[in-house]
Write a protein that binds this ligand. Structure first.
Ligand code: SAH
Ligand code: DHB
Ligand code: MG
Length: 224
């Protein structure tokens, strides 16, 4: 089995659940033209974010790691007209591309893009005493994932869904001898997920994925 086959199957699936969409295609084109890395979620993964957000009637979404705003658009589209996405991005160049994409998508009024290191923005959000989030998508710098998950729990309501992207990384997750900071962070995160599950603070799972984005996976936690 090859990455080509995974990509072919993604093409088959995308054609049915995430058919061509001018706004999303333009967002990816802008990202590419600006030289941003091609690490947005795939179309079917974006659609999964929409399905999950809609399944809990999410109105307030927090995203960590905006890039060009591709996943942000999938999330914003899942919300009712008075819904809101707060999305955190470190790189001002990425943020500028994303903001332009939100405007083209006519979603800018519902998306609050905050530029800066998420670890500094999160305490500021907490101080603003916003309504708690219904849905959190963690997809920023991987070494800080365990801390981001703690913040996600703090800033969300009981019944909120928290998704953590890129936990498997070509299977490195299971290599307990890895000295890769991202892998070690995902292992720390998974161990904390196990502890939180035992304490009945979350009900959680994690799933391996293959597709046009290679071999990776995500974790999903329902805050109790
Ligand atoms: N969610 C996007 C992809 C995000 S890629 C999508 O699927 O469409 C990860 C992003 O996190 C990059 O844009 C990167 O600049 C950003 N990032 C890296 N370190 C960060 C930090 N400390 N705080 C916030 N964002 C960060
Ligand atoms: C990388 C980051 C991502 O969020 C992703 O989905 C894939 C790759 C990366 O930093 O390499
Ligand atoms: Mg990702």
């Amino acid at each position: 089995m090859t990455e080509q086959l995974w990509t072919d199957v993604d093409r088959y699936i995308d054609a049915r659940v995430a058919p061509p969409d001018p706004v999303l295609e333009a967002a990816l084109r802008e990202a590419q033209d600006a030289g941003l890395p091609a690490i947005s979620v795939s179309p079917s993964q974006g659609k999964l974010l929409t399905v999950l957000a809609r399944s809990i009637n999410a109105r307030r979404v927090l995203e960590l790691g905006t890039l060009a705003g591709y996943s942000t658009i999938w999330l914003a589209r899942a919300l009712p007209p008075d819904g809101r996405v707060v999305t955190l991005e470190f790189d001002p160049k990425h943020a500028a591309v994303a903001q332009k994409n939100f405007e083209r998508a006519k979603l800018a009024p519902m998306i609050d893009l905050r530029v800066g290191p998420a670890i500094e923005t999160l305490p500021k959000l907490a101080a603003e005493k916003l309504d708690p989030f219904d849905f959190v998508f963690i997809d920023a710098d991987k070494p800080n994932t365990p801390e981001y998950f703690e913040w996600a729990l703090k800033l969300s309501r009981p019944g909120a869904l928290i998704i953590v992207d890129n936990i498997v990384r070509d299977g490195k997750l299971a290599n307990l001898a890895s000295d890769d900071a991202s892998v070690r962070a995902m292992q720390r995160f998974m161990d904390s997920l196990a502890r939180l599950s035992t304490e009945n603070r979350v009900v959680a799972s994690a799933v391996q994925t293959v597709g046009s984005k290679g071999y990776d996976g995500f974790a999903i936690a329902l805050k109790l």
